[in-house]
Design a protein around this ligand. Structure first.
Ligand code: GLY
Length: 556
């Protein structure tokens, strides 16, 4: 492993159980949302890389084979566990707002939010963080060179890969958006048509961009000719990026959040993700109940109520920690949770209208992506990263092959007006120069006496409830396969509706929940979770990709 230069802010020393600390899994494992990306990770591991190299390889490959979900024009969070030191660190490669951004930039002169302005085209794009994050992880944690880690992605971009049914569906759903942006249109559509499944998609410009980064490091992306091309194209099409915005971008190393649920230790991401705070608050509420002794109906009632109360605090308090003061100690205090528990009735849903309104309905999502990686030595990476909505802003600066994100929509365009996920907020998440928008992405590690788990998923505001359900499943004895498979349900305070996948509730539970006053709405399946579990006693390492999508998992 290379020397760790740079600012090591916020490292967390994780007390594993003594048996776990001295054990090694002895297997490499990768789970991702796309088979070619999983293979890229396994290839790099086979070439002598560690989990950190593999995470870089998988992330970069996803930029090529799943560009509707993530890419080097986007950003995200990488949660690392270094087996040698037992330390966990969160690499925040989240986008930041350009310096010229203002709190009202998506409002017209009457103060109304301009529909779509924060979602489409280069004005909706934050300054990307993924390249900086991958280069950082490679430099400080990897064993191989950046060029070795990026090689599988470059090959996939240059030689192409056959489109799967999901990619095909994404192109169908985004035809109108991408038609507006000629460079992206030319790359993804064949003579102006959605190419058929199986069509071999080549992205020579993206291959060239990745090669430049492989050869010259992140400076090739954030400065020089490529940066000039991106800035010129962005500005020529209504955006506000500057060369200084790109030059000044830096990853932030943050202390992960650490919490405890009935003996299980949870390590997850801190703000600017809301995910960790909201889930830990929900788990604190739930830890006051003996769920195992309750009926399945009562368990679901209490879990839904915990979601309701925890989501309530999201919009009120959370934002970029470098810009806003947040009452994190209070939100994570067991006394605060105990106070919230007193408001939960055993036989009745709490009307959300009794609490201050926070959020509206989130659309389901097939954008953003999660990976889970572990190596033989026990190094681990959980990461969730994104270009935000499908194909991000849709805008691709010509000759770069890079789809730019539309992450600016994760800010509050106007207090009280919902964003693309139906989430509202206040000044804590207002737009400001070089501020990072609030996220829900939350790669997470779980540690018990029995073993450990890595999990994460895309899904907008539903990410948090999905990871919460996966966490409870692991606590209850589940493994990677069950964590990614269990039927899901979601409540985010407002709308006062519980969304659930087919099979999440039995008929009797539906009747029981409705009797308690819940409004239930069945949705089609959502999320795309990736997980790895390691059982200390059996030595078994399991990796699983969400059966709802096309991803794959491999253990070697
Ligand atoms: N762009 C979705 C999120 O960060 O939560």
């Amino acid at each position: 492993m290379k020397t760790r230069l740079g600012v090591l802010l916020g490292l967390l020393i994780l007390p594993l159980t003594s048996s776990a600390a001295s054990l090694k899994p002895g297997h490499d494992a990768v789970a991702s949302a796309q088979p070619f990306a999983t293979k890229a990770g396994m290839q790099v591991l086979a070439e002598g890389g560690n989990a950190f190299d593999a995470a870089v390889a998988v992330s970069a490959a996803l930029a090529v084979v799943e560009p509707y979900s993530s890419g080097i024009g986007g950003g995200g969070f990488w949660l690392l566990h270094d087996a040698k030191t037992g330390k966990d660190v969160m690499v925040d490669g989240r986008e930041y707002a350009p310096a010229a951004a203002t709190a009202t930039m998506y409002q017209d002169k009457n103060g109304n939010v301009i529909p779509g302005a924060s979602l489409n085209g280069p004005l909706s794009a934050g300054i990307p963080g993924e390249v900086a994050a991958l280069a950082y992880i490679n430099r400080h944690y990897g064993k191989l060179s950046l060029a070795q880690d990026l090689a599988p992605a470059i090959k996939l971009a240059r030689d192409g890969f056959p489109l799967d049914r999901m990619f095909h569906a994404m192109l169908q759903s985004r035809e109108q958006k991408l038609k507006q942006w000629p460079a992206a249109w030319k790359v993804f559509y064949l003579d102006g048509q959605v190419p058929p499944s199986g069509y071999v998609l080549k992205q020579p410009n993206l291959a060239r961009t990745l090669e430049l980064i492989a050869r010259h490091g992140p400076a090739a992306f954030y400065t020089g000719k490529l940066a000039e091309e991106m800035v010129n194209a962005v500005r020529a099409n209504g955006g506000i990026w500057s060369l200084a915005d790109l030059r000044d971008y830096q990853v932030k190393l943050r202390a992960p959040l650490s919490g405890e649920y009935r003996g299980m230790r949870i390590v997850t991401v801190s703000p600017p993700s809301s995910g960790g705070i909201v889930m830990l608050e929900a788990l604190n509420i739930l830890s006051g109940y003996d769920l195992a002794a309750d009926s399945a109906l009562m368990q679901k009632h209490l879990i839904i109520e915990a979601m309701r109360f925890a989501y309530r605090d999201r919009a009120e308090y959370l934002g970029d920690p470098d810009f806003v003061k947040m009452p994190l100690a209070r939100l994570l205090s067991p006394y605060y949770a105990a106070g919230l528990r007193t408001a939960i009735l055993p036989d009745r849903a709490t009307p959300s209208s009794d609490l201050a309104p926070v959020t509206a309905e989130a659309p389901e999502s097939r954008h953003t992506t999660s990976i889970a990686v572990m190596d033989k030595d026990g190094d681990m990476v959980g990461a969730t990263f994104t270009v935000n909505f499908r194909f991000g802003s849709g805008f691709m600066p010509p000759h770069t092959g890079v789809i730019l994100n539309d992450e600016m929509d994760d800010f509050v365009s106007k207090p009280g007006v919902p964003n693309g996920f139906g989430l509202v907020g206040n000044s804590a998440n207002a737009i400001a120069p070089h501020k990072r928008p609030l996220s829900s992405m939350m790669p997470t590690f779980l540690y018990t006496k029995r073993g450990l788990a890595i999990l994460g998923t895309p899904g907008g505001s539903r990410i948090i409830s999905m990871v919460l359900l996966g966490t409870l499943d692991y606590f209850n004895g589940g493994d990677a396969q069950s964590i990614v498979s269990i039927p899901r349900y979601h409540m985010q305070y407002l709308p006062d509706t519980v969304f659930y996948e087919p099979g999440a509730f039995t008929k009797d539970e539906i009747t029981g929940l409705e009797k308690m006053g819940y409004t239930l709405r069945e949705t089609h399946p959502y999320g795309n979770m990736q997980s790895i579990t390691w059982d200390y006693r059996t030595g078994k390492v399991r990796a699983a990709a969400d059966p709802r999508d096309v991803g794959t998992a491999e253990v070697q």
